[in-house]
Write a protein that binds this ligand. Structure first.
Ligand code: ADP
Ligand code: ZN
Ligand code: ZN
Length: 740
């Protein structure tokens, strides 16, 4: 018999996390399949989606008994090739492989999670039908007078760049990057993103740009700005979004548009870093410091870090932007100094808010943009030690809010705690609303009179009396956004707006926005001026370009000052600066109202150095001090960390597993370069009756830590099957963890 050549294809498929299966599975194919080809392959009794990773010829045909001539087990054949789709390109495959390796997860798990969910369910026929509906990339509408700007501005004037914006853009054009755009809130960073994308699209006929934002709730506003700017020239289909708030069919459509090259601009949240973009030439990461760029389940990847990696691999420029950069990026972009050659990133500076002088040209005048000085808000600290006991909002703050109501301006009040009260308690016997399944209190939600656990979701109606002693007088302790909203209603009940109507108070948090479309509606009401005082969690602190807000207040930020997490001050500083950035964004509006922008902070620790830097809007001073402390303590960015976490029914079991790992791991090569701290319970130790423990690993060398983790994986797998692994429900590795 003449041996026919068959191909053995390695295929990445979704396999259960930490299953003992290899990185890819082998299948047989009659033809060679290019790496990145999408397939359907049998797995168990189902056909599943897979990605071809490599293929090699096998000469001998399988014998009738299912074994090949050389005794190997016969491979199952590939079920179908989705050849209506071009294969995923090599850089995409490398990105996925790198992410899997670096974050210690399965290749198939990462690859499949990076594809739109609906792709898994479509047959080749359905897919072909879907692709027919796709439109090819539209040819750009020629610029009216040959100047690209003229076309871009034909419908909605693109403002001329300010001097600082022009310098930042020139800086980007002059070097390879990556770039860190350090620009104040309201300095016009978004305009720099728009212009850098425009410059790219104008000069490279097929090039694609990826623009990432941290939160879904920021995508609609950004999408509107990009669409307004680019649709007139490149067509409405040139801009697509990619985030988890979309339906599966929407996500698939966006993904296909990006994959085919029809979409020139992809806007999205962290998941978009894995978008298949064959002509990717620019990646923008807005608010690059934001913790939500770190995925917190499955493969715990940092989309910002992957963006930098991907940009370097694909030769795409990377632009990270923030008013309060992560200390990692700040350190990485430090200028050369003496013997220090400086960081790998190029720092671009935009210290000023948008201001009239440098943009006094026609386009800006037509669009009515900016007049008067756009100063950053004045920061006022209220020493809560000097307030009467139980003060929630100080008299001076209430007065300032009242003045704004009278002038028809808006105020934002932040409290990072939703619900009515964090605890319900009995004054007689000391009972508290603990969650029976977690080491946490259940939060009192007055709206539907429930006690809700924010960790496991366990919800019950509020008891009529204390469940322990029968005392009918159980009372809320502490304050969440719901209660603050109620309190404000009472305080302003007697106050009237200029037209004699009642003060309008609204709240935006995870509870108020649960319904589809609710957030958009609530934000629209704020933008339309239908709200006087808005109460909310950090959901409203970030990114929004509110034009009539002139006062922002943080009523109780102290918790983060003394947290055990070393990143807490960095996060608090960022959040407060971002919040302050919501006030007084429209200089012309402030001037017209004769108002000033203010940020109020109520604190028991007004002397804290963090607030001193905040008052001066001095991120560099804050960063310098934090970095000095981190350097002295040998913490990131001067060291690299990973967490190994174990979940078990009993805390001892979880810790024993981790400690056994640490002991065995001491034999690993390079173990002397990795510090292993003893296993400890997580801050919230028990969730849904599962005990959680973690072990911190730290090394001055990223490579040493990576090697250690790679060699540690088999140890952890093996440990699971020993007595030390008994009772362990799951374990996971978190590389570059955001919270310790
Ligand atoms: P950031 O993202 O830095 O907080 P934005 O990009 O949202 O700031 O810009 C703040 C405001 O200034 C926006 O309303 C924007 O339209 C406006 N703006 C930005 N650049 C210019 C410019 N060159 N001329 C006039 N207005 C501008
Ligand atoms: Zn009681
Ligand atoms: Zn619970």
């Amino acid at each position: 018999m003449v041996p026919t050549v068959k191909w053995c294809v390695q295929v990445a498929v979704q396999t259960p996390a930490h299953s003992a299966l290899g990185q890819t599975l082998s299948y047989e194919s009659d033809v060679e399949l290019a790496p990145g080809t999408l397939l359907r392959v049998p797995l168990g009794r189902r056909d599943v989606l897979g990605v071809a990773w490599s293929s090699a010829p096998v000469a001998s045909p399988p014998a009738a008994d299912g074994a090949t001539a050389d005794g190997a087990i016969a491979l199952r054949p590939v079920a179908a090739v989705l050849d209506a789709l071009p294969a995923l390109n090599a850089p995409w495959c490398e990105l996925v492989a790198f992410a899997a390796r670096y974050y210690q997860r399965g290749l198939g798990e990462v690859a499949l999670a990076a594809l739109p969910p609906q792709l898994r369910d479509l047959s080749t026929v359905q897919l072909a039908r879907r692709l027919k509906r796709q439109r090819p990339a539209a040819a750009p509408v020629p610029a009216a007078d040959g100047r690209p700007d003229a076309a871009l501005g034909s419908h909605h004037a693109a403002p001329s760049p300010t001097v600082e914006q022009a310098q930042a853009l020139a800086g980007m054009a002059a070097g390879p990057g990556p770039f860190l755009l350090f620009g104040s809130t309201g300095s016009g960073k978004t305009e720099v993103y728009l212009r850098s994308v425009a410059a790219l699209l104008e000069h490279a006929p097929a090039a694609q740009a990826l623009v990432m934002v941290p939160e879904i709730n920021l995508t609609p506003q950004l999408e509107a700005r990009f669409r307004e700017r680019f649709a007139p020239r490149f067509g409405a289909d040139a801009v697509v979004s990619l985030h988890s708030g979309m339906t599966n069919p929407q996500r698939l459509a966006s993904w296909l548009a990006a994959h085919s090259g029809a979409a020139r601009i992809v806007l999205g949240t962290r998941m978009a870093v894995f978008a298949s973009m064959p002509a990717l030439a620019l990646i923008v990461v807005d608010e690059e410091h934001d913790p939500s760029y770190k995925q917190q389940e499955g493969a715990r990847y940092s989309a910002r870090d992957l963006a930098v990696w991907r940009g370097r691999r694909e030769g795409a420029k990377v632009l990270l932007g923030s008013a309060t950069p992560s200390l990692e990026s700040w350190q990485q972009s430090r200028p050369a100094d003496g013997a220090d050659p400086g960081g790998r990133y190029t720092r671009l500076l935009m210290p000023s808010r948008i201001d009239a002088a440098p943009v006094a040209n026609d386009a800006a005048a037509r669009s009515g943009a900016a007049a008067g000085a756009g100063a950053l808000p004045e920061v006022r600290l209220v020493d809560m030690n000097l307030q009467p006991p139980k003060t929630v909002l100080s008299g001076a703050l209430l007065e300032a809010i009242g003045e704004r109501i009278a002038r028809g301006e808006q105020s934002l009040i932040f409290l990072n705690r939703r619900g009515y009260a964090p605890v319900l308690a009995c004054g007689d016997c000391g009972w508290k609303s603990e969650c029976p399944h977690c080491s946490a209190y259940r939060v009192f939600h007055k709206i539907d009179r429930t006690l809700r656990c924010h960790h496991c979701g366990f919800t019950e109606r509020v008891p009529r009396a204390c469940p322990a002693c029968g005392n009918p007088d159980i009372a809320p302790v502490g304050r969440g956004t719901e209660r603050l909203e109620e309190h404000l209603g009472e305080l302003f009940a007697a106050i009237r707006r200029a037209d004699g109507s009642a003060v309008r108070i609204a709240r935006i948090d995870a509870d108020s926005t649960r319904k589809q479309g609710a957030l958009e509606q609530q934000l629209a009401a704020v933008h339309a001026g239908d709200v006087d005082v808005l109460v909310g969690t950090q959901m409203i602190a970030k990114g929004h370009d509110f034009r009539r807000v002139t006062l922002v207040a943080a009523v109780n930020p102290d918790g983060a000052l003394f947290s055990s997490d070393f990143r807490a001050p960095e996060r608090l500083f960022g959040l407060l600066m971002q919040s302050a950035g919501r006030a007084g964004r429209d200089a012309a509006y402030l001037a017209a109202k004769g108002s000033t922008a203010q940020m109020w902070i109520q604190t028991h620790h007004p002397q804290h150095p963090l607030f001193a830097a905040l008052r001066r809007h001095d991120y560099p001073a804050f960063a310098q001090q934090e970095l000095a402390e981190r350097r002295a303590a040998g913490m990131p960015p001067f060291a690299f960390q990973a967490l190994v976490r174990a979940d078990a029914r009993a805390q001892e079991a979880a810790q024993a597993f981790l400690n056994a790992f640490a002991e065995q791991a001491s034999a690993l090569e390079g173990a002397d370069r990795v510090v292993r701290y003893p296993a400890v319970p997580l801050a919230i130790q028990r969730v849904a009756n599962v005990e959680r423990a973690q072990m911190l690993l730290e090394s001055p060398s990223r490579a040493a830590l990576q090697r250690f983790l790679a060699e540690g994986q088999p140890l952890l797998h093996a440990l699971r099957r020993t007595p030390e692994g008994k009772g362990v429900i799951r374990w996971l590795v978190d590389v570059d963890p955001q919270a310790i």
